[in-house]
Design a protein around this ligand. Structure first.
Ligand code: PEP
Ligand code: MG
Length: 920
């Protein structure tokens, strides 16, 4: 195919269809996913109606110039349009042989439903009136009222609901069951009513098809920047400058009678990953009806019998199966397809990599390796960390579910569209869901969701819709977000006016509790206790049960990830039980054991309090004496669980005041235990109060002012290590000093630790290697890393405190302003959740570099919350850290994220990317 732009002029328009294309599937950045997919299908000889794609360059030019098109675009469009006319023997604007177009968006990364689409473009009063027979008269009117709705909504800004209500009224007054049954007269009435609606909003539908085309193209480009698309990009981390392509494609019609249909299909089941043709279709309808969730479609599965696609359209079904096979082999990935059957003949309108649930992602990746479609490395790239999070998400306890069912609390059964269980309070609008989610978990309950709801969906723990199918907006978006989701629960009625969810006689209002099981499709009233997922149960069980295929696939994939990653993965664990979980889930050590968490045990806290409030050193020593064996016992448990692997134990960190009792009763009990008056105890406690405890007397500052506490802890560690070593197990303790900011702090505390260790080992006549290092969580420590490293065997970045102190945001008070900061775009995300690479990241990088400059063998790790967050892990990989440490249940996710980061950045490491801002 040849259509060169005029020499010297940039090419903005690419043709496709009829077994040929100017672009290809490789050009997603330029043509958008839809344009590239259509080009590739055309090249593969798959039946695709002809059309052309305007490139994302046009979108960027349009955005940058406030709505101007580049020179020459008009001519290129005109030329391509006339080629489609010639190919089809019809004319755009012709009343005898009208050619209609769809105008659709398509970015390089799919943003389902976020941008706009207009179908049936090119109709007007004259063309409709010229229909030659009753069949085409009815059909053109059906198309026209759809065009008025979409054009009115998308281009002219008239609310969609007004048109939707007009359709409902027309159906009701005609006394038929659906809009598909409206007569010619009823459709004429509906068209007239829609024009009135436009006029009520001061708008008029342009009769000139050319004007329609330009209006539609402009609207699609504008939709790149609509608020919901922007929010979706923010949530999904899609770059702002990608831009959308615009695909203008000759319409084929699924609404042209009972031998026509439209549908969506997946080449594998997107919920389970099973290799089966999966999807939905609607008879005598257009694509938007399926996606918008306004009609509940039928499954295309052969098991549907008479109503199934295979029975009704055997020829088209066979072609669809063939096309699926070709596309899967070609793209080596599960595809999400849109198709239309016009008078029994199949046409493909879209192909893209299909969104899938966590279990499906893992199964498909593992199966495709077995089918030799992809290699293991590619399988690791295909599965996102979020997919594993989903597989480890809790499910409802079976007994509790049964009780709820027996109590009649099973309200409805819908389609299991997004796996996982969620309980929370009902919210009926996305706005309320976002607000209420700040107070606790929320279930968003709607008849159907629309792209506008993205923020509320993101904030909700689960999503429930009464309408729609597995490919409705709610289902697709929920799967993408990893949320439990049920759609099409049509026994339920959502009354938006009354703000009520009704089932039979019962009604539930906003704020009432609801539970959904997105794996079974069950909606239950009230709260249900959740329990660990199949994967978690199987991995942490005693191994006596055979593992399911899903669990095996999970384990296999994590193993493949381990082969690819460089970063070690440790866990933050404070008890032997947590340490055991971490080990089982693949942790290669403990990166942070917060010793103070052990202090809160019921039988310990009294001694901790007595130690803190002791009037003299003698009493303090007595309290410490009591605590020592308790700490030792815990450490022994952890060393045993991690036999042979490193265990980093942090000495006491929080301000002492945190351990003191609240309330008079507790104070009185403590006074009695201490044999002191209440007043005396209260006075000492009051003396410990601080205005700003986070920046106060804590961490190594405590160690220097109360050395006996650290000495006791070191003794407990050494004794525990020796005891476990005597059992024949190897132990690798690492002692970590928190909150260092000044070189002298680490100098003195290292000396304290080393002296204590040496004297204990000498007394025991044993030897043991114990590393002594520090956390880097004060900005000054990061800057002084070259000095601090001289006295440290390792650094562990405490990115929670480092973030707090770099931003000057109190960790405990950010809830007051951070949500609105994020909402308003002041900051792009919560820096306590995802590492702020630009700012805090600089400190991590500076400290790593300066630390290693002073001491090349310095070990580097991170133990703040960011150690389990995939974006942050990517940064730590580039930064050249040795390991990340995260909560035990996060370990598999971190293993995968570390592998993906390594695959993305290769062995190149960090230096190139982030050299710039660093002051060496
Ligand atoms: C940190 O600050 O990142 C850290 C791990 O310590 P904590 O959260 O206990 O202050
Ligand atoms: Mg800290």
């Amino acid at each position: 195919m040849t259509t060169e732009a005029i020499p010297g002029e940039r090419k903005y328009v690419y043709a496709f269809g009829d077994g040929a294309a100017e672009g290809s599937g490789e050009q997603k950045e330029l043509l958008g996913g839809k344009g590239a997919g259509l080009a590739e299908m055309s090249l593969l000889g798959i039946p695709v109606p002809p059309g052309f794609t305007l490139t994302t360059d046009v979108c960027r030019a349009y955005g940058n110039t406030g709505g101007q098109y580049p020179d020459g675009l008009g001519d290129q469009i005109a030329e391509h349009l006339s080629r489609v006319e010639t190919a089809l023997g019809s004319g755009f604007g012709s009343a005898e042989r009208p050619l209609l177009f769809s105008v659709r968006s398509g970015a390089a990364i799919s943003m389902p439903g976020m941008m706009d689409t207009i179908l049936n473009l090119g109709l007007n009063d004259e063309i409709v009136a010229a229909a030659s027979d009753e069949e085409s008269g009815r059909f053109l009117r059906d198309c026209y009222r759809r065009l008025l709705t979409m054009y009115g909504d998308v281009v002219l800004g008239v609310p969609y609901e007004d048109f939707y209500a007009a359709v409902q009224e027309a159906v009701a007054s005609a006394g038929c069951d659906s809009d598909q049954e409206l007569s010619i007269e009823a459709l004429d009435g509906l068209i007239a009513r829609m024009k009135e609606i436009l006029a009520e909003h001061g708008q008029e539908f342009p009769q000139d098809p050319q004007e329609q085309l330009w209006g539609a193209i402009g609207a699609v480009f504008e939709s790149w920047d609509n608020p919901r698309a922007r929010q979706y990009r923010r949530i999904q981390d899609i770059p702002e400058d990608l831009g959308t392509g615009v695909t203008v494609q000759a319409m084929v019609f699924g609404n042209r009678g009972e031998d026509c249909a439209t549908g969506v299909a997946f080449t594998r089941n997107p919920s389970t990953g099973e290799l089966e043709l999966y999807g939905e279709y609607l008879l005598n309808a257009q694509g938007e009806d399926v996606v918008a969730g306004t009609h509940t479609p039928r499954s295309i599965a052969p098991t549907e019998g008479e109503a199934g696609l295979a029975a009704r359209f055997p020829q088209a079904y066979e072609t669809l199966e063939e096309v699926c096979g070709i596309l899967e082999r070609h793209f080596r990935n599960m595809q999400d397809l849109e198709f239309t059957i016009q008078h029994g003949k199949l046409f493909m309108l879209q192909t893209r990599a299909g969104k899938r649930s966590g279990p499906a992602a893992v199964k498909i990746a593992v199966d495709m390796v077995r089918e030799r479609l992809i290699d293991r490395r590619e399988a690791v790239r295909r599965v996102e960390p979020q997919h594993l999070v989903q597989m480890m998400a809790p499910v409802f306890e079976l007994a509790e579910r049964q009780r709820a069912v027996d109590e009649g609390r099973l309200l409805a059964q819908g389609l299991a569209a997004g796996p996982g269980a969620a309980s929370g309070r009902i919210a009926f609008t996305a706005e309320r869901a976002a607000e209420m989610a700040q107070e606790g978990s929320v279930i968003l309950v709607r008849n159907e969701t629309s792209p506008e709801d993205i923020v509320g969906m993101h904030a909700s723990s689960g999503i429930l819709t009464t309408r729609g199918g597995m490919t409705s907006h709610a289902a697709v978006v929920a799967r993408g977000l990893g949320k439990p989701c049920i759609v099409g629960a049509d026994d339920l009625v959502v009354d938006d006016m009354a703000q009520e969810l009704r089932v039979g006689e019962r009604a539930y209002g906003e704020g009432e509790f609801l539970s959904i099981d997105g794996s079974r499709g069950e909606v239950l009233s009230g709260l249900l206790r959740a329990h660990p997922s199949e994967v978690t149960t199987a991995l942490l069980g005693d191994g006596s049960q055979p593992r399911s295929e899903a669990v095996e696939a999970f384990v296999l994939l994590c193993g493949w990830a381990d082969r690819e990653r460089r970063l070690g993965v440790r866990a933050n664990a404070d008890t032997p039980e947590d340490a055991q979980v971490a080990r089982t889930l693949g942790a290669q050590g403990i990166g942070l054991c917060r010793t103070e968490h052990m202090f809160f045990h019921e039988e310990r806290i009294a001694w901790v309090r007595q130690m803190i409030l002791a009037r003299d050193e003698e009493r303090r020593a007595a309290a410490l004496e009591k605590l020592l064996p308790m700490q030792q016992e815990d450490f022994e448990g952890i060393f045993r669980a991690l036999a042979g692997l490193p265990v980093t134990i942090r000495l006491l960190d929080p301000p002492l005041h945190e351990f003191l009792p609240h309330g008079e009763k507790a104070l009185a009990r403590l006074a009695e235990q201490m044999d002191e008056s209440i007043e005396a105890v209260r006075d000492v406690a009051a003396g410990l109060e601080e205005t700003n405890p986070m920046l106060g007397h804590r961490g190594c500052r405590l160690g220097l002012t109360h050395p006996a506490v650290y000495e006791m802890q070191v003794e407990a560690i050494v004794r525990a290590a020796l005891a476990v070593a005597r059992e024949g197990l190897s132990v690798r303790p690492e002692i970590m000093i928190p909150l260092t900011g000044v070189e002298e702090e680490i100098v003195r505390l290292r000396q304290l630790v080393v002296d204590r260790v040496e004297s204990l080992l000498e007394a025991a006549g044993s030897s043991l290697e114990i590393l002594v290092g520090t956390m880097i969580e004060v900005p000054r420590a990061a800057l002084m890393a070259n000095r601090i490293a001289l006295h440290s065997d390792f650094f562990s970045f405490g990115t929670n405190d480092l973030t707090q102190m770099t931003y000057g945001y109190s960790r405990d008070d950010v809830g007051r302003f951070l949500p609105s900061y994020i909402e308003e775009g002041v900051v792009p995300y919560d820096p306590f959740e995802r590492l702020d690479v630009d700012g805090v990241g600089q400190l991590v990088e500076i400290a790593s570099r300066r630390g290693r400059m002073a001491r090349p063998d310095l070990k580097l790790g991170v133990c703040g919350e960011h150690g389990g967050e995939p974006h942050s892990i990517e940064f730590f990989e580039r930064c050249g850290l040795d390991y990340v440490s995260c909560s035990p249940y996060r370990v598999p996710v971190a293993r995968l994220a570390a592998a993906r980061a390594r695959l993305a950045f290769g062995a190149g490491g960090f230096a190139e990317g982030l050299d710039g801002p660093v002051v060496a």
